[in-house]
Ligand binder design. Structure first.
Ligand SMILES: [Zn+2]
Length: 205
């Protein structure tokens, strides 16, 4: 039920030109569910495999910090995210690519690895940023995301941030002033990144 619900959100995101990221264990049966397969067929949706050890995931084994492989698959319609989330471990026979033994992802370590390592978080953010720049929603020197023209009157304008590019700032200000949903001028306002990025599902660990 939950899976069907998030998949319906992903479909809506794609159909309205917005984005989503979905992650689940690589061997989870959810990848075979019709709702997930439907999303995979939507425009620009790609699936990639990630071994968490390649992004710094570790767990404690007999007092030692060891890499944890924890294979996951990621599904997104942001090419920039797929480009940074695809690293797999080349180690064999229980060893990680750096030669250390993998620790299993069980018991207490399973709890520890419910938290994404910093390197993985950074990769996700870099992927989102590079994708939004490529599609022209994020501009150099700006904080936040520019709404599409069609979002102009429906966007929920929240938060204020600065922009070095005066021209873009003024163009945006003009739109805010002209928007019937924004009765008073409160400065240059930007749509929050989360509106365009959509939902990140990280459950079932
Ligand atoms: Zn590894």
């Amino acid at each position: 039920m939950h899976l069907n619900f998030v998949c319906s959100l992903y479909e809506e995101q794609v159909k309205t030109g917005r984005f989503f990221i979905h992650e689940h264990p690589a061997l989870a049966t959810s990848w075979e569910e019709p709702a997930v397969k439907r999303v995979m067929k939507l425009a620009n949706v790609q699936v990639s495999r990630v071994d968490a050890c390649q992004y710094g995931m570790t767990g404690t084994y007999h007092g030692e910090d060891l890499p944890v492989k924890k294979p996951t698959r990621w599904m997104t319609n942001m090419k920039g995210v797929t480009e940074v989330l695809h690293r797999m471990c080349s180690g064999r026979n229980g060893l990680c690519s750096d030669g250390r033994q993998h620790a299993t992802c069980t018991g207490k370590r399973a709890e520890e690895t419910a938290v994404y390592p910093l390197k993985l978080c950074k990769a996700i953010l870099q992927g989102i940023t590079s994708h939004l720049r490529k599609v022209g929603l994020l501009h150099e020197g700006c904080m936040g995301v520019m709404p599409d023209a069609e979002d102009e009157h429906t966007a929920e304008y929240s938060g204020v941030s600065e922009c070095d590019d005066e021209e873009i700032g003024m163009a945006k200000l003009q739109r805010v002033e002209n928007s019937p949903e924004v009765p008073q001028r409160t400065g240059v306002q930007w749509i929050g990144a989360t509106k365009n990025v959509g939902s990140v599902q990280a459950q079932g660990r």
